[in-house]
Design a protein around this ligand. Structure first.
Ligand code: SAM
Length: 197
């Protein structure tokens, strides 16, 4: 499905980075950042431009190819593996930052992934997440899975990420303008957590 979605020439979610990431990226200490479900590379390239060493992962080979060409065009370097988050191994205490932007998966997989995220951050490392909330099903905005199990509630995320200090954790309606498939007034969860030192 994702390869098919990414198969056109245009970047489905645009080439500009996610707005929440732009607002919060300054919190990530310099070093290496892991971008989960990175798609066509807009966020990875942005972080590479900020001087981070970026490693991205996503299921889509076409997403990877487009991300690599975006990196080349902008004179940045990123590492990008095609792979399934289900089998992702994250080395303990390795990452300065981990980024999850609209990275929706079934809740059982997400819970396992978030355990690995918590373990994979260095002390002082930062996790940044934006995702559609269950209320997105009733919003006028475009974007997000239609399956309730794949949407993220603030309560669930707070439980899954309880070991992080949450600098910010909120649900809000925000105008989204990130490519043709993410548009309009959307109901999102925004979260920034830091691993205790
Ligand atoms: C809505 S897109 C978001 C892409 C990117 N994070 C962005 O904001 O532009 C969701 C991405 O999740 C990826 N994805 C979905 N399930 C995945 C899984 N199990 N493992 C790896 N990637 C996955 C898809 O290939 C797709 O690129």
């Amino acid at each position: 499905m994702w390869d098919q979605r990414y198969s056109g020439e245009n970047f489905v979610y645009g080439t500009e980075p996610n707005e929440f990431l732009v607002e919060q990226a300054y919190r990530i200490p310099q070093g290496s950042v892991l971008c989960l479900a990175e798609g066509e590379g807009r966020n990875a390239v942005y972080l590479a431009q900020k001087g981070y060493e970026v490693h991205a992962i996503d299921l889509s080979t076409i997403g990877r190819d487009k991300a690599m060409s975006l990196a080349e065009k902008t004179g940045t370097r990123i590492r990008y593996d095609v792979g399934d988050l289900t089998h992702l191994e994250i080395a303990p205490e390795h990452w300065s930052g981990i980024v999850s932007i609209f990275a929706h998966s079934p809740s059982a997989l997400r819970r396992e992934l978030h355990k690995k995220v918590v373990s994979g951050l260095q002390p002082g490392g930062v996790f940044i997440l934006e995702a559609f909330s269950p209320n997105q099903l009733n919003s006028s905005g475009l974007g997000g899975p239609k399956d309730l199990d794949m949407l993220m509630s603030l309560l669930d995320l707070k439980q899954e990420l309880a070991e992080l200090d949450l600098l910010l954790a909120r649900e809000c309606l925000r105008p989204v303008n990130e490519g043709e498939l993410h548009r309009g007034e959307c109901s999102v969860i925004q979260l920034v957590g830091v691993k205790q030192g």
